[in-house]
Design a protein around this ligand. Structure first.
Ligand code: MN
Length: 295
């Protein structure tokens, strides 16, 4: 097992997030290629989340809240308010645009995670789609409660559509002695602790860090009192080119997506709400190179 340190990154104009994926030493966990933990942040009298329309290709976004509300709008016409315990999963396929904002009347705290899943070669050019799921299955074991956002855990399965063997779950732990859950030994896993203090296999996982657990384990033991987000999947062997909001396989694909976004192409469409779209940053001077999952 390996503790990966995250870093603070500004998101939009008003928020800072703790990013643990991609990480210098490990770029993916299963097909999970991006993990931001935001908040808990007091948003009363503040704008809260303000992420203007921006594009995605080659990925699914997964939004999960512990506190607060976010309004999602996308170029398919979706307009959904997400609350704690619900899942927003947006499949960009070949192209989509969306915005994410705190609603005008909002609860005092905003706290959650946003993740991306890299779409494998056979799925990444599909048509875009958006799912909002309000009733996710819950499983429990002594001292542990698991809400399954993606995949299967504790004998229950999420209806969310994904394109590789994958797990994403909120786990609350209240256990003075180690509480054990069964996991898929074909998966590698990752844990971010999002509240309280939880030890995993006897190790402290400090806030802002990701604990990586390699394949080959059939169980995980948690102790302490707190909450974590557990991710997992079969290690992704495809090398990825990730830049800005795009997941691709080559420099040329990134350049094409950037050009089409800047030109206002139909590839991404228009997000309702009349907000000014986010311009793409300048490309680096050097060619973007495909990266393997482990540096
Ligand atoms: Mn986005």
């Amino acid at each position: 097992m390996e503790l990966l340190e995250g870093r603070d990154v500004p998101l939009g104009r008003y928020s800072v997030v703790r990013r643990t994926l991609p990480n210098k030493v490990r770029r993916t966990v299963g097909a999970w290629c991006f993990l931001d933990h935001f908040g808990p942040e007091e948003v009363t009298g503040k704008p809260g989340m303000r992420v203007p329309p921006h594009p995605h290709i080659g990925l699914q976004t997964v939004t999960w809240l512990f506190d607060g509300e976010i309004r999602h709008r996308d170029s398919l016409g979706s307009d959904e308010l997400i609350r704690p315990g619900q899942l927003n999963i947006m499949t960009s396929g070949r192209g989509i645009a969306h915005s994410e904002d705190s609603p005008a009347a909002k609860p005092p705290l905003l706290h959650g995670v946003q993740l991306w899943v890299a779409l494998p070669a056979g799925s990444r050019d599909q048509a875009p789609r958006f799912e909002h799921l309000e009733d996710l299955p819950v499983a429990s074991a002594p001292g542990v409660r698991m809400t399954v956002a993606v995949g299967s855990l504790g004998g229950v399965s999420s209806p969310a559509v994904v394109h590789s063997p994958l797990l994403g779950a909120e786990v609350t732990v209240a256990a003075r002695t180690p509480a054990e859950i069964t996991i898929d030994p074909a998966f590698e896993h990752g844990v971010v602790v999002t509240g309280g203090a939880v030890r995993v296999e006897g190790l402290d996982v400090p806030p802002g860090s990701l604990l990586h657990i390699p394949e080959g384990r059939a169980a995980l033991r948690f102790e302490g009192a707190g909450r974590l987000f557990l991710i997992g999947g079969v290690p992704l062997e495809e090398d990825l080119v990730m830049w800005w909001n795009f997941v691709a396989r080559s420099h040329e694909e990134i350049v094409a997506a950037r050009d089409e976004w800047q030109a206002g192409s139909d590839r991404f469409g228009v997000v309702p709400g009349g907000q000014e779209p986010l311009p793409a940053p300048a490309l680096p001077m050097t060619r973007l190179l495909p990266r393997h999952r482990v540096a």
